[in-house]
Design a binder for this molecule. Structure first.
Ligand code: IPM
Ligand code: MN
Length: 378
């Protein structure tokens, strides 16, 4: 049932996070007016800069607010002091140091059980790529359209560290439960997309025993429960080059956490770069949406970063909320926001430096306003 008002927690975080999120929230304001749907947005300060000042990654009670929200929108985390990333101090709050901002990204993914990280690799018409410093069109938009599903709670991301005499060990943990649900998510998505009806399992199972288990579970679930789909297999190293050379081979791709982290950035190369790459962290009861670029400290505060990924993250949030609460207004709004983004990209007049070069670059806030101005009630 549609809700009267949706509670959104905004986590701007560090670096360019606040700027790009502001553009996404600007577009959300227009959604509110045009589609007559209400959102209560609460901003929570957090991340590495917050830690550097307060020795805690966010104010007390913030996780509970995330838990109570209908959806979370994250900017980016990762702060630098004197050119070095801020890590938490031992014991505050983790036994071993972690990247400050861990609570927002890894903590929320794990504690809210956001087990599938959904990262579309989709090239919009008109988008150029910076290759050898020149802007060129390399890939065909009709041939770059697949979705990476990244397992989001384990693999090398458990946060565990063991210090040994001459180094450190971080475990790679793959469990049946976490693998079954994420591969099911991927198989169901392939059915819903109904394009190639194919799911590619990407891993390093030729050498990493835990990944071999991931692949076995993928095969088991696929053969038993999804006989209508084609099961496809790739080792991550080879997959990285196929992503660049022949992205049209892929429809839905699923892999362990670290593999998914890497191949989603690599895939972004063929879809306009990280300025356009978006991720939805999805669980059965909660979800968090984010641009997958980092906090880019060197660009922070300059109003130059590309806000498109943050806007598309907000768009994915509308779609997810619309499905979850069978709210047609939100589903239509999601379609409308994507169309506005596509229009601004195609026109090519108001885009940031990464897509048009420094000479023709518009500001981050201007791109947000351009997307907002194109938004239409549908
Ligand atoms: C991502 C990021 C994070 C990750 C970092 C910031 C911990 O790279 O969302 O892809 O590795 O998952
Ligand atoms: Mn990443």
């Amino acid at each position: 049932m549609p809700k009267q008002s949706y509670r959104i927690v905004a986590l701007p975080g560090d670096g360019i996070g606040p700027e790009v999120l502001a553009s996404a929230l600007l577009v959300l304001n227009s959604v509110r007016e045009l589609f007559k749907v209400d959102f209560e947005v609460e901003d929570i300060p957090c991340g590495g800069h917050y830690y550097a000042e307060h020795e805690t990654e966010w104010p007390e009670g913030s996780f509970e607010k995330c838990e109570a929200a209908d959806a979370i929108l994250l900017g980016a985390v990762g702060h630098e002091v004197n050119g070095r990333p801020v890590f938490t101090k031992p014991g505050k709050p983790y036994p071993e140091p972690q990247l400050a901002g861990f609570a927002q990204v890894i903590g929320n993914r794990k504690k809210l059980d956001l087990y599938a990280n959904v990262r579309p690799v989709k090239l919009y018409p008109g988008v150029k790529h910076k290759i050898h410093g020149k802007l060129v069109q390399v890939w065909d938009p009709e041939k770059v359209d697949y979705v990476v599903i990244r397992e989001n709670t384990e693999d090398a991301y458990t946060g565990e560290i063991e210090t040994i005499e001459d180094g450190r060990i971080t475990p790679i943990r793959i469990t049946r439960g976490a693998t079954e649900r994420v591969v099911r998510y991927a198989f169901n998505l392939a059915r819903r997309r109904n394009k190639q009806n194919k799911v590619t399992c990407v891993d390093k199972s030729n050498i990493v025993g835990a990944h071999r288990f991931f692949r076995e579970v993928f095969r088991e679930v696929g053969e038993k429960e999804f006989p209508d789909l084609t099961l496809d297999y790739a080792y991550v190293d080879a997959f990285c080059q196929w992503q660049i050379r022949s992205p049209e081979w892929f429809d839905v791709v699923v892999g362990p956490n670290l593999v998914g982290d890497i191949v989603s950035d690599n895939g972004a190369t063929t879809a306009g770069g990280l300025g356009l790459a978006v991720g939805g962290n999805i669980g059965d009861h909660h979800a968090m949406f984010e641009p997958i670029h980092g906090s880019a400290p060197k660009h922070a505060g300059k109003d130059k970063a590309n806000p498109m990924a943050a806007i598309l993250a907000m768009q994915m949030m509308l779609d997810w909320l619309g499905e979850r609460y069978t709210d047609d207004r939100l589903i239509r709004a999601a379609v409308a926001v994507e169309s506005s983004v596509a229009e601004v990209l195609k026109e090519g007049k108001t885009l940031t430096y990464d897509l048009v070069g420094d000479e023709h670059a518009s500001k981050c806030s201007d791109v947000g306003a351009a997307v907002q101005s194109k938004l239409k009630l549908t």
